[in-house]
Design a protein around this ligand. Structure first.
Ligand code: C2E
Ligand code: MG
Ligand code: MG
Length: 708
């Protein structure tokens, strides 16, 4: 393992080394000081000893010479009393051990006492001989005494001498006391010196500690903070707050530079994210960001008892907008749609709702609030209603709508992928169920999708197997209440599933292209049946109206095919009506106009089917030469309840009439609807109230009866 030495560790190490050196120096100093102390003490003792010796000698000399002077007279006159007094006066203190005065022959004259024991005796102590013989001041010593003797003279004659004995033990005692005092004060000095050193050491330690703290605060701590922030940024967490520093030194500069850098990195990251995660057109979250967010939310929800609803919305027939009005209009439609969806989501989706454009005309919404099923239902209802309202695009009213599939977590699926798939399936089912609505996902739908694939396979060759047939729904003229024609409607009699409605299989046929084979067959069948319908008494022939899919129209050979059919069956062209959907006509007005002109030239009439559900608007009718419009049954259904529908229907009838166009209303189920339409001058009506679709034979029978 590689040992990592941090800045602080290194600093502490350096401090420790410095401290160790300082301590070693101090120890050396202490040692030296000890030696010095010992040397000084020895030197001091010597000096004191020397001083004591010198003092003894000089004192001895001084006393002896002084006495020699002042004793000259008393000795000359043998005045023992005066001598005794002088000796006693000079023998104060215990340093002077004895004072002896002797005569010329060395006999004791006085010793300072009153009795003067040994008066007149010759002195016989060991130092006496030297003292008596000395002509000058002389000092000599025994172990106990330092003796200084001086001759006493009168004039130049030596009349005797004086001996001063100084006590060596007393002197030494004195010396001892002095050296002890000196030692004590030196010891005191040394102690103070050591204390001072210790204090120095303590102060040094404190300084080191303070320095460490200072370095920690001003250097290590900010650098560590910077490093931690850098690591977080490196890990992708850009929420790091600016470190901020008011310091004016290099570190402050570094911190500020770091702040600026991290801000710019974060900004850059935000930009990149925004670009990668938002949809350029609508500014909504895009598919990528949505998937990430969905994954996160699912992860967070797992294990909790919270639910989540995913709404998958797809604009109905959006392709038509692009195909017919161009991509710019398509973009505008998407923008308006996304605006409406956003408003609805803000209103009903709750604070945690997430809206994303999933691509093309698909939007996804996550709802996470409270009872998600109820919340999703509310939102879906609002969306369907909002998106059904016409859009204003390039001065046209465009009618679109959206189908929404809803799936719930964890009820329907627990993985993001499965949820998305479910949402798609449910959305698809909403489309199959008639579009502009919503469906909750159910397991059965999985089968529905499978069924759809299956259906396509089964639809292939269904005509040849005789499973497909054509039924006819009578159309009635309002002016005289007569049946004047019928709409040919395809039926599929499935061997296992029974009758399947066109709303289910026409879409499959359309998308798979099968309609291109089935359509002509229907046309041929309808024509060959209609040719058998007898004209009425007044010679008016009933017509048959055949639905033509946008795909058939796009092929461009429709006029030829129609002409061939008419030729082959012998049906007069005036007895054939073609029902085109608005969209297929509008996709290319120029081409459509040309096509319609060619169709007209064959003599057939062209009606616009499901009028009002697309986005052609009334003005469009002026530019496209059609013979009639079939008002969609969704308008008729609400005629008596919805004043808007009634107004629109009234406007369509009036407008169409002003252009000389026939108006047909389909889906009339009630008498009130019929009456309202008649009142407004609708030309033809069709619906269950008059008759359900019936077989060709039944229709022929109906005609023969001549009643409606
Ligand atoms: P469409 O052309 O609008 O046909 C009218 C539909 O309304 C028919 O449904 C008819 O049965 C139904 N209908 C008639 N009166 C009423 C009523 O009073 N109330 C209600 N609720 N419905 C009524 P159908 O037969 O299911 O056909 C559905 C659609 O399938 C047709 O709508 C048409 O677009 C398409 N379709 C049917 N046959 C063909 C065909 O041979 N070729 C093509 N391309 N499309 C066809
Ligand atoms: Mg029709
Ligand atoms: Mg219709």
């Amino acid at each position: 393992m590689k040992l990592r030495l941090g800045l602080q560790a290194r600093f502490l190490l350096a401090m420790a080394v410095v401290l160790a050196v300082v301590v070693a120096l101090l120890a050396l100093l202490l040692h030296r000081q000890g030696q010095l102390h010992a040397e000084t003490e020895a030197l001091g003792n010597d000096t004191v000893h020397q001083m004591v010796e010198d003092y003894l000698h000089s004192r001895g000399h001084a006393v002896a010479e002084h006495l020699a002077v002042i004793l000259a007279n008393p000795l000359y006159y043998q005045d023992l009393e005066a001598i005794g007094r002088i000796l006693r006066d000079n023998r104060r203190g215990d340093l002077i051990h004895y004072l002896l005065v002797f005569d010329r022959e060395g006999r004791l004259v006085h010793d300072g006492t009153t009795e003067i024991d040994g008066y007149g005796w010759r002195m016989d102590d060991p130092l006496a001989a030297g003292a008596v013989a000395a002509e000058q001041t002389l000092s000599q010593s025994s172990p106990q005494v330092l003796e200084v003797s001086a001759p006493i003279r009168v004039g130049s004659e030596r009349i005797g001498g004086v001996r001063v004995g100084l006590s060596i033990p007393v002197a030494y005692d004195y010396e001892q006391r002095n050296t002890e005092r000196l030692g004590a004060s030196m010891e005191e000095l040394a102690r103070r010196y050591r204390e001072w050193l210790a204090l120095m050491l303590l102060m040094l330690l404190a300084v080191a500690l303070l320095a460490a703290m200072y370095v920690q605060r001003t250097l290590v701590h900010p650098i560590r903070k910077l490093a931690a922030a850098a690591r977080r940024i490196e890990a992708g967490d850009y929420s790091v707050q600016g470190q901020g520093s008011t310091r004016t030194d290099e570190l402050g500069e570094l911190v500020r530079a770091f702040d600026r850098m991290s801000e710019s990195v974060a900004r850059h990251d935000r930009d990149v994210r925004r670009m990668a995660y938002t949809d350029a057109l609508t500014g909504l979250t895009n598919r990528l960001a949505f998937r990430e967010s969905l994954d996160h939310r699912l992860m967070a929800l797992r294990g909790s008892d919270h639910q989540l609803a995913l709404l998958f919305a797809d604009i109905d027939d959006f392709k038509r907008v692009n195909d017919t009005l161009g991509h710019e209009a398509g973009d505008e439609a998407l923008l308006q749609f996304s605006g409406r969806i956003r408003d609805a989501v803000e209103k009903y989706g709750g604070p945690d709702a997430l809206l994303a454009r999933f691509g093309g005309d698909e939007f996804v919404i996550l709802v996470q609030e409270g009872d998600v099923r109820a919340a999703a239902t509310r939102l879906a209802e609002a969306l369907v209603a909002e998106l059904r309202r016409p859009l204003d695009i390039q001065d046209r009213q465009v009618f679109l709508g959206a189908s929404i599939g809803i799936t719930l977590f964890p009820e329907d699926a627990s993985s993001a992928t499965a949820l998305m798939k479910n949402g798609d399936i449910a959305m698809y089912q909403a489309k199959v169920a008639g579009k502009s609505g919503f469906r909750f996902y159910s397991r059965a739908m999985d089968h529905a999708v499978e069924r759809r694939v299956h259906m396509e396979q089964e639809l292939r060759g269904a005509w040849e197997r005789g499973e497909l047939s054509v039924v006819y729904q009578p159309l009635c003229r309002t002016s005289d209440g007569r049946v004047v024609g019928a709409e040919a409607l395809l039926r599929w009699q499935h061997p296992m599933l029974g009758t399947i409605a066109p709303s289910v299989f026409i879409d499959v046929a359309e998308q798979s292209g099968l309609i291109e084979q089935i359509g002509p067959q229907v046309l041929l069948t309808a024509c060959s049946e209609a040719v058998r319908w007898l004209p009425r008494a007044d010679g008016e022939r009933p017509f048959v109206s055949v639905n033509v899919s946008p795909r058939q129209l796009r092929r461009g050979d429709l006029p030829d095919m129609v002409a061939r059919c008419l030729r082959e069956t012998g049906l007069p062209a005036s007895c054939l009506h073609l029902e085109l959907t608005e969209t297929s006509v509008i996709s290319d007005e120029l081409q459509a106009s040309a096509l319609l002109a060619r169709l007209h030239s064959t003599g057939v009439k062209v009606w616009l089917d499901d009028f009002g559900t697309g986005f052609s608007g009334l003005s469009h009718l002026r530019r496209v030469p059609v013979d009639g419009v079939k008002i969609d049954r969704s308008f008729v259904a609400d005629l008596q309840r919805d004043p808007d529908d009634l107004a629109l229907t009234t406007a369509i009838i009036a407008m169409a009439h002003s252009l000389g166009i026939t108006v047909v209303a389909e889906g009339v189920e009630k008498e009130v609807q019929y009456n309202l339409l008649v009142e407004r001058g609708c030309d033809l009506v069709q619906g269950y109230w008059l008759s359900h679709p019936i077989s060709a034979g039944e229709f022929a029978h109906l005609l023969a009866q001549g009643v409606r």
